[in-house]
Ligand binder design. Structure first.
Ligand code: 6GU
Length: 235
């Protein structure tokens, strides 16, 4: 048995972005919506733009060194982060970036135990490196491919973390039976009818014998992991 979280306080996630609209919808439905309505998680999306410099609220500029492409400027980022940190202390200040640590289920589990986190989304070429050197405490990538910004990655991380908070899923054991949660992929699942055309549900699932069913599910989990994610079995 893995204890995912012992403290039942509200988790707070502050997301900093230049494209708030990209995040509002993915985090506003279904399980994410329910988690917030129940007060189990609070997710705030902050627009960087009002922290921009001058009348035009400038937030990006060309990089030194001649490489073409815009970079989010150090000052607006510093100011928005400071304004959040003045209100409360944060356990992690996370930058979403393709060169970060690869996100996986154990990392989601660890993040779900935290109280307050900031997710900073880069855009264009990225952010002024001084923010990473001096303020960022953790860098996360969701996979070895490049997205046009950190927003979709932030939505992925937020979803994976929030659904783990106690009380978010209707049956709390269901997060424990997820793929990856015990280092194995989940077994196949079926619903009624027991037969559709010639397609039948495996006999054992209709047996009503919980021991047999559990044994079958475990065997399937191991088989599917061997076949589809053999490296999960290395550890
Ligand atoms: Cl976190 N950001 C961007 N821009 N691309 C990514 C990523 C993050 N993770 C994988 N690709």
């Amino acid at each position: 048995m893995v204890f995912l979280q012992m403290i039942h306080a509200t988790m707070r996630i502050d997301i900093i972005t230049v494209l708030p609209d990209l995040l509002v919808s993915p985090l506003g439905h279904s399980i994410m919506q329910r988690a917030q309505n129940k007060g189990l998680a609070k997710v705030f999306v902050h627009d960087l733009r009002p922290f921009g410099k001058g009348n035009y609220r400038q937030i990006d500029d060309y990089g030194f060194g001649g490489d073409a492409g815009m970079i989010l400027m150090v000052e607006p980022l510093y100011n928005i982060i400071s304004s959040l940190q003045r209100e409360r202390s944060y356990d992690e200040l996370i930058y979403l970036t393709p060169d970060g640590e690869l996100f996986d289920q154990p990392m989601a589990n660890r993040l779900s135990c935290l109280q307050n986190i900031i997710l900073l989304c880069g855009h264009y070429k990225g952010i002024d490196h001084r923010i990473r050197e001096h303020l960022i405490t953790k860098e996360i990538s969701i996979g070895d491919y490049v997205l046009s910004g950190g927003e979709l990655a932030a939505a992925v991380v937020t979803d994976a973390v929030v659904r783990l908070l106690p009380g978010v899923l209707s049956d709390e054991t269901s997060a424990l039976s997820d793929s990856f949660q015990d280092g194995l992929l989940a077994p196949p699942i079926y619903s009624r009818p027991a037969q559709f055309r010639e397609w039948k549900v495996p006999e054992v699932l209709l047996s009503g014998n919980p021991k047999l069913i559990k044994a079958w599910q475990e065997e399937q989990a191991v088989e599917r992991t061997k076949k589809l994610r053999p490296r999960l079995l290395d550890g």
